[in-house]
Write a protein that binds this ligand. Structure first.
Ligand SMILES: [Mg+2]
Length: 266
């Protein structure tokens, strides 16, 4: 049934969407921004939530491991704080000037006429700031961020049975319900989507849901990973099929018009 006819391939593209994480994916871990973010989270835990300083590093790491983000974990174990207050303390004070315009990545993304969507656990202001510093504001069609998946600032505390691990009211990667909600809101078909992230646990969830997965910042593949890229800049060499498909598509219908960036809201 192999039919190499151009029009057949065009009507059935392999990829309809490229889904991108932001932090440590669109810019490298070596920027130091994520380390600064962790420092701010720990400071918030001690200074605002009053958690004993000696306990903070272990607790921060454990909650991140168990709940996807430390914030989600803090909510699960009963800390009461405002989402916006947390985000402005943790992200609002980051040294964004450490990030520079990335002309290479911008040109790679612009050369791909496939829908591109951001999927980040970060809040809207943080994602916007990072994209702006990198010069990538016009490279994405939609953005799924913290507020997209958690649209109100009021917790609807989940019912916790006493013998169960406490649940968090926050939806975030790497959990399947966050991916399901993101796909629903942004109209994404996971079977036709390639997902780029630096977090192996996010990729492993994505893989079980049918996405093709690309581990960014890694030099080897492992379970749940289809491709590994040391840098997002290696996309062209590692994933030439994206451009091959793009060429076939552009022969027929691609207008080449720049995408309009919108935040997808629930
Ligand atoms: Mg990341």
């Amino acid at each position: 049934m192999e039919n190499k006819d151009c029009y057949q391939q065009v009507t059935e593209p392999q990829y309809e969407c490229l889904l991108f994480d932001v932090d440590d994916t669109l810019y490298p871990l070596s920027s130091g921004l994520s380390a600064q973010c962790t420092k701010n989270i720990m400071e918030y835990m001690a200074s605002t939530l009053g958690i004993e300083e000696e306990k903070v590093p272990v607790m921060c790491a454990q909650l991140y491991k168990d709940y996807g983000t430390t914030m989600a974990g803090l909510k699960a174990v009963g800390y009461d704080f405002d989402y916006d207050d947390y985000h402005s303390f943790v992200h609002g004070r980051l040294p964004y000037d450490w990030l520079k315009t990335d002309h290479t990545l911008k040109s790679i993304l612009h050369s791909l006429p496939i829908r591109k969507v951001i999927f980040s656990n970060g809040n809207e202001a943080h994602v916007a700031k990072v994209l702006s510093r990198l010069g990538l504001e016009d490279c994405f069609d939609d953005i799924i961020c913290f507020e997209t998946l958690n649209p109100t600032n009021e917790d609807k505390a989940p019912e916790n049975d006493s013998d169960e691990v406490p649940k968090t009211p926050i939806l975030c990667k790497p959990f399947q319900n966050a991916f399901e909600q993101a796909f629903k809101i942004a109209g994404i078909n996971p079977q036709k989507t390639m997902f780029f992230d630096d977090s192996i646990r996010n990729l492993q969830t994505a893989k079980t849901m049918g996405l093709q997965t690309v581990w960014v910042g890694a030099s080897h593949k492992t379970k749940g990973v289809d491709y590994a890229l040391e840098s997002i800049h290696n996309m062209r060499e590692a994933l030439p099929q994206l451009w091959e498909e793009a060429v076939e598509k552009s022969d027929v219908c691609y207008s080449g018009k720049p995408a309009i960036e919108t935040y997808v809201r629930a």
